[in-house]
Design a protein around this ligand. Structure first.
Ligand code: ADP
Length: 402
């Protein structure tokens, strides 16, 4: 079966077409700047020898429907296409950001699933409407193919109530569903399963901490295969320090900013989400630049690294207590997979928890799933490349095949 995975944003459509027999990617790409006069489409296929063949075309003033139509034309192109026609696509899997309290698992899209995604718009006002647009457009272009919604929040729906409730008046939760939801669930679920496969133990018997460290960052505590805590909350702002987000702060800081600096809600939203984190501390949100600057002795960059890794260490300690026993610590995401210095600092002086890194293994120049702790260490420390698209494709296939 061939499965198309789609991630629709307000001005973009990212896609990957999988051949599920081999789990190979046949084509991948992105339509960007949808709706503007600087629109473009980048489409990549693999040559016989595996080398990527990239094609970039400008596509001005397209809407989502035109964008997906053009993607489909590239996929089915007579000379360079990877499928003959649209009916070769057996199913479409959609990344949907917020499934609220409704979805613990993916859903085959029908009217009730669409209604629920719509009902959750107040919880993800930027993302869910774009995801709905992607679903509607894909349904009209691939009317024969079942469509599946895979939710970023679903993996975290197993959190116990004491972990997801904020200590706010209970009526507020009843009225508005303000609670912790967590995000990056598809990635946490994927790397947890990959870690279990690597360790050759059933996930249902493992206690893991998974650290997704990308531009956004979150931690999850996974007990016997079920997520029992995660660092992001009602929104992705809570928890770890990120590229431009604060992570945890004293909730009274916005009152202070409003009273003393007269900041508006929108200004504070921008400050906390887009001007803070690594960028706020040292002017750089890209970890490579932060590491470069710190290596050259730049004090703000050094401070940013200190704050970033200290916060992660606190979560490792907290989640070890939550889990009562830790079998493996898993690093993933652009930073988790590629920045040995960060992994080293997150794990330093944690031998009291059985966490010890092997410096040579940590520095090894490879993209493969690997163990970076000594073989006899109490806690296996793993680097696991994430693959959210493949996870969505697998979930889609599972749903469609029953
Ligand atoms: P997103 O959350 O947008 O998917 P990624 O998971 O790709 O982002 O992570 C992006 C982050 O990974 C950036 O901060 C980038 O600097 C960092 N990163 C990527 N490669 C490296 C590397 N070799 N060393 C350090 N950081 C890296």
């Amino acid at each position: 079966m061939k499965i198309l995975v789609i991630n629709t944003g307000s001005s973009s459509i990212k896609y990957q077409l999988f051949d599920m027999a081999t789990e190979k990617v046949l084509a991948t790409g992105i339509a960007e700047n949808i709706g503007s006069d600087a629109g473009s489409l980048t489409h990549t296929t693999m040559a016989q020898d595996g080398t990527p063949q990239k094609k970039r075309i400008s596509a001005n003033h397209m809407d989502h429907s035109k964008g997906l139509t053009r993607i489909t034309a590239l996929l089915t192109d007579k000379d360079h296409g990877v499928i003959k026609n649209t009916s070769d696509i057996g199913a479409v899997g959609h990344r949907v950001v917020h499934g609220g309290e409704t979805f613990q698992a993916p859903g085959i899209i029908d009217k009730s699933v669409l209604d629920e995604i719509e009902n959750n718009i107040p919880l993800a006002p930027l993302h869910n409407p774009a995801n709905l647009t992607g679903i509607r457009v894909a349904r009209s272009i691939f009317p024969h193919a079942p469509q599946v919604a895979v939710f970023d929040t679903a993996f975290h729906q197993t959190l116990p109530k004491h972990a997801y409730m904020y200590a706010l008046p209970y009526e507020l939760y009843e009225k508005t569903r303000i609670r912790r939801y967590g995000f990056h669930g598809t990635s946490h679920a994927y790397v947890a399963q990959e870690a279990a496969d690597f360790l050759e133990k059933p996930l249902e018997r493992l206690h893991l901490i998974t650290l997704h460290l990308g531009n956004g960052a979150s931690a999850a505590a996974v007990q016997n295969g079920r997520c029992v805590d995660t660092s992001m909350g009602l929104t992705p702002l809570e928890g770890l320090v990120m590229g431009t987000r604060t992570g945890d702060i004293d909730p009274a800081i916005p009152f202070f900013l409003s009273r003393h600096l007269n900041m508006s809600i929108d200004d504070m939203d921008d400050l906390l989400n887009k001007q803070s984190g690594l960028k706020g501390l040292c002017g750089e949100n890209d970890m490579r630049s932060v590491l470069d600057k710190a290596a050259k002795g730049d004090d703000p960059a050094r401070l940013a690294l200190d704050v970033y890794t200290y916060r992660i260490k606190k979560y490792i300690g907290a989640y070890t207590a939550v889990l009562s026993r830790l079998d493996a610590l898993v690093f993933t995401g652009g930073i988790g997979e590629n920045a040995p210095k960060i992994r080293e600092r997150c794990c330093s002086d944690l031998s009291c928890l059985g966490i010890e890194i092997d410096p040579d293994k940590n520095m090894a120049d490879t993209q493969a799933l690997r163990q970076i702790s000594p073989m006899n260490a109490g806690v296996a420390i793993l680097v696991v490349p994430t693959n959210e698209e493949l996870k969505i494709a697998r979930e889609t296939q599972k749903m469609v095949e029953g």
